[in-house]
Design a protein around this ligand. Sequence first.
Ligand SMILES: C[S@@+](CC[C@H](N)C(=O)[O-])C[C@H]1O[C@@H](n2cnc3c(N)ncnc32)[C@H](O)[C@@H]1O
Length: 212
Amino acid sequence: MEDLIHHLSVSTEENRVQFREGFAAFAARHDLSEWEGWFSPCDEEVHSQILRNVDECDEVLDLGAGDLRLALRMAEQVRRVYAVEVSPIVLGAALREIGFALPRNLHVICANALDMAIPPGVTVAVLLMRHCHHFSEYFDRLLAAGCHRLITNVRWKSSVELIDLTRSRVCFDQVQEGWFACRCGAVGYVGLGERSQNSAVEVSHCPTCQRC
Ligand SMILES: C[S@@+](CC[C@H](N)C(=O)[O-])C[C@H]1O[C@@H](n2cnc3c(N)ncnc32)[C@H](O)[C@@H]1O
């Protein structure tokens, strides 16, 4: 497995598709804004954090799975992994590299994750996509499908968080001082900085989404 991950990582540069002919039209067709459709794998530290937060009972949905290197490692640890990646270039190259080493419990899907039904039984979703513009859609769709845990770097960018999607969320107006994190994907600080060390309050709407 280590060799395979190494081979996948050395071909990372070749798989960066954003500058290839046709990518702009592909991205537009899939409603991928700005850097959202760019393949840029997360580093070892981030992937290790994810691996520490899944176990053998989990069925994981890896949204924007890139070259499958995290999905392969998760598949060694959990019951099943559904890896969804929109880019046929990135995924095709990864599958060619993996070949017959593809594990039976790793289900690979080349599709826009927002177009497909979430498989039943998914216990946790992984969304490593710092430039994601569709966080609230993923949030709502996962919750509706009965998935309660989301591990993501979308909201805080440089750090990964484990979100309990079922957790109760307060109205933005109730936050007088401190960090907030909204189900729309926005984060921010209200006040003068007196509680900047405290963890963020989960809110149901915020000035960015104006959602109640
Ligand atoms: C920043 S890369 C991260 C790759 C991988 N998750 C990792 O950590 O190494 C984000 C990936 O998400 C994919 N992606 C973006 N939007 C997607 C969508 N709507 N459906 C499926 N994949 C998507 C991109 O093509 C890209 O490969």
